[in-house]
Design a protein around this ligand. Sequence first.
Ligand code: COA
Ligand code: AMP
Length: 627
Amino acid sequence: MDNQYDILYQESLMESQNFWEKQAKKIHWFSFPENILTTDEDGMHRWYKGGKMNTSYLALDYHVLHGRGQQIAMYYDSPVTNTKSSYTYSQMLDEVSRFAGVLKQKGITKGDRVVIYMPMVPQAVFAMLACARIGAIHSVVFGGFAAHELTIRINDARPKCILLASGGIEIDKIIPYKPIVDQAIEDAYFKPECCIVLQRDFLTCDMKPGFDEDWNELLATAIPAGYEMMDSWDPLYILYTSGTTGPPKGIVRDNGGHAVALNTSMEYVYGAKPGSTFWAASDIGWVVGHSYIVYAPLIRGCTTILYEGKPIKTPDPGAFWRVIEEYGVNTFFTAPTAIRAIKKEDFSGEFYKKYNTDSLKHLFLAGERTDVATYEWAVNLLQKPIIDHWWQTESGYPMLTNFAGIQLHNTKPGSAGKPMFGFDIRVLNQDHDEMLPGEEGAILIKTPLPPGCLPGLWNDNERFVSSYLQEYPGYYFSGDGGYKDDEGYIYITGRIDDVINVAGHRLSTSSMEEIVASHSAVAECAVVGCHDELKGQVPVAFVVLKQNSDISDDTIREELIFSVRHTIGAVASFKIVHIVDRLPKTRSGKILRKIIRAIVDNVPYQVPSTIEDITVLDEIKWKINQQ
Ligand code: COA
Ligand code: AMP
């Protein structure tokens, strides 16, 4: 073993309890766990049984008590509203304690669920931390999702209360949130007891008397609330994410393992020292936002940035570099699609040159694979280490990465690096045999998963087992494919299920298919992901119409696009619909989606001998060429 990474990684696998006990000692516990690793009543692995702590305390109170009260905890920068503000750790603690008081006053207690449907405003962060403070379980829903998606989450999480803002701004377009929430509640069979509404200056919404409460009015008379003593295993949040089939999966995150894992990642992966400035340009509606806008930077005593804007058009492709200069960002994290958007608008880096980005040490990318062209463009421009790292909502932090906090081994373009501590990552074929270097297979992780990874799905243990643990016993099935090279670097090649990644947003093609199939003129359909220069992937639908349908192709296209936008949300970027005579199928009638995917992406495929009629493929190819 020749370097610190190898030593630590081997220890994390061979002496995992010892390794994770040492990491646990780096955060503050009211009572240190009785066990490092054990199993729960369902036989699932669980970390840090009996530990007493509070995540909001770790993020705020601890730092105020240890001399960071006057340090800026969070900058808020909103080019879309032309607003900037900052909060010290003491001010954040005050805001969070008072909002925790509001929640308590509304009868919300430990274990109750609270749905948060808000744009990137400081109150959304206060709300998450306020829930954590009193032990309520938050479930943030991304603002780009439509009412129907919100309804699904309300029915599953059964929140006592919904927190929302009157609206958000997408570049220059005002998005009213209140009608979406009203519709979602009307359609849900589970009814929350109240809504707390943050009225924004640019948009005031109507309030339902006796049900909607004004955020600031409640805050004005709130009594600050103290922190609840939480058990390590108590859930901190539920975050819904797309699965292959069925409704979104409610990923549960516990308190103890999450805090330890995030702190460990800040030290070793990001090399982020307490007091440094850490910026994840994501959205609190996604796991990156949960982990690296809110919890990790604050637990680590860093300064975080809440940016309500885009990489381009707010106002120009220099937006990110402006923020980096203005706040002296040391570690920056964004999605490859954002870099591609900047590259497209400022290829020669004219906007980049306007700013001083000397403070920046590393750029981390995740959400989708960083393509080599984007990687090389960014390295040339920034002349700094650019680190692609792989993770999922389920893990909550990187599973493959390079390590800025220890010696940084070579980054290899196209690879997401080596396994994070505690992740024993294997590439297996369908017979569960390990693949040789360079051979592609399914990416699996040997259980137990390390601390911080999902202990289960909300109220659905059976689905947890069937989705992740059943197919390859003894392993967690990631849903991604890839290969290892002979130095142990892993390359993620993409999903091997029906999940697609659109501008870093994880979406299910089967849920789009369901919507398309429900149109009265549609006989059958297939929706697959198609490579897109900017967004990585976009959905493409192939639709066969019913024989007697007299609807025009243009009308059906418009109606299907409207339906998906209206049901899932604009974020699905569902814009391409091909009307075809037939879909490729096996003789038993199964649609050959894998082949459609390959044709769409122009990659080689094997035609199965069971195909009903091979000539069907010609029409698909022709349509793609016309696209
Ligand atoms: N609320 C409401 N609508 C939203 C939204 C939100 N929070 N986020 C996106 N949308 C809408 C957009 O307005 C757009 O609507 P339109 O079809 O009416 O124009 C649609 O959803 C698609 O948005 P988006 O995917 O953002 O595409 P875009 O073309 O507007 O912008 C990028 C392209 C690359 C600039 C943008 O996707 C981006 O900044 N990506 C980074 C994503 C990211 O950070 N992901 C983090 C995951 S780690
Ligand atoms: P999400 O749960 O929304 O974070 O999406 C997780 C999925 O995004 C993973 O299963 C991958 O398919 C993809 N993904 C995330 N990061 C990377 C990366 N660095 N390289 C390749 N794919 C990635």
